[in-house]
Design a protein around this ligand. Structure first.
Ligand code: GLV
Ligand code: MG
Length: 305
């Protein structure tokens, strides 16, 4: 996971809308996906492929992680989405997002198809990654085998809207607690399950969208919860959400500096003094402290602190 690129903010861009695609280039996001799935009307699905291919080939994305969300494996669009995007712009693509993944087989299908296309067009085999959206009951139940399904997997992405629908939740506000549930966080189990499966397989875990796009404080609160658990980033739907995501998913400067201090102190203790535990001010450090500090320092370095 250490080698994976920062994905604090992952911008959703409807693939059928060249104006949104153009705007996306100028936003300070770590990653984006050009959507061929739920943000594109069925009548526009085929035309959107060409828009997405042109957007990738036109470049200008800086060092953002460039991804495309194809339609799910049960649709008639999925295979042609993959072929059109990878044949048309495979060299300009970092990963494909596969929505509504319900079994390891879905991911393996995409892995095989990617390999065939890479061979056919002379791209390096295995470079294009896969991001799997876990967004229904079946996907959650199978999340461990999904996480282990392919070496191309880079992230597991929680899809709250489809998930809430899949569970028959009595709520219409995506990403918020369902009204009437006041005994804790209704999503805790789901979020932890996805995060644990991701970490067990060295994948990043990404939180999905918050649909009340003008309420930045509420976005910040929702993002703060998953960042606290350990999630690496969150989808953003609007420029207003970008800065909040970049801030919330990076450690504070103070925590980052403290983490680097712990790493230095512990390295000195083990390498020079040959001790496994050491005091740093009032705090006792051991090997587990080093690992925790490494997480914060890693996130801080990736965020350029
Ligand atoms: C995202 O795809 C969601 O369903 O929330
Ligand atoms: Mg969805």
């Amino acid at each position: 996971m250490g080698g994976l690129r920062s994905r604090r903010s992952v911008l959703a861009v409807p693939g059928s809308n060249p104006r949104f695609v153009e705007k996306a280039r100028g936003l300070d996001v770590d990653a984006f996906f050009l959507d061929l799935e739920d943000a594109v009307a069925p009548s526009e699905k085929e035309a959107a492929r060409a828009t997405v291919v042109a957007a990738l080939n036109d470049g200008g994305w800086g060092d953002k992680v460039r991804t495309v969300r194809v339609n799910d494996v049960t649709t008639a669009w999925a295979y042609r989405d993959v072929i059109a995007v990878v044949e048309g712009a495979g060299a300009e693509l970092d990963a494909l997002v596969l929505p509504k993944v319900t079994s390891a087989r879905d991911v393996q299908w995409l892995d095989t198809l990617l390999t065939q296309i890479e061979r056919a067009v002379g791209l390096p085999v295995g470079r294009i990654g896969i991001e799997a959206q876990i967004e229904d009951a079946k996907g959650l139940v199978a999340v461990d085998s999904i996480a282990a399904a392919s070496p191309r997997l880079e992230t597991l992405v929680y899809g709250p809207a489809d998930f809430m629908a899949s569970l028959n939740m009595k709520s219409l506000v995506v990403g918020e607690q369902p009204p009437g549930y006041d005994t804790g966080d209704a999503y805790h189990h789901v979020l932890m399950r996805i995060l644990t499966a991701a970490r067990a397989h060295d994948l990043q875990a990404i939180d999905g969208p918050y649909l009340q796009i003008r309420d930045v404080d509420a976005f910040r609160r929702a993002a703060g919860r998953t960042a606290a658990l350990g999630y690496d980033g969150k989808w953003v739907l609007h420029p207003l959400q970008v800065e909040a995501a970049n801030e919330v998913f990076a450690p504070s400067q103070e925590d980052y500096d403290h983490a680097e201090l712990i790493l230095d102190a512990y390295a000195h203790a083990t390498e020079v003094d040959r001790r496994g535990a050491v005091m740093l001010g009032e705090e006792m450090l051991d090997e587990a402290s080093r690992k925790m500090a490494l997480v914060i320092a890693g996130k801080g370095r990736a965020a350029g602190l």
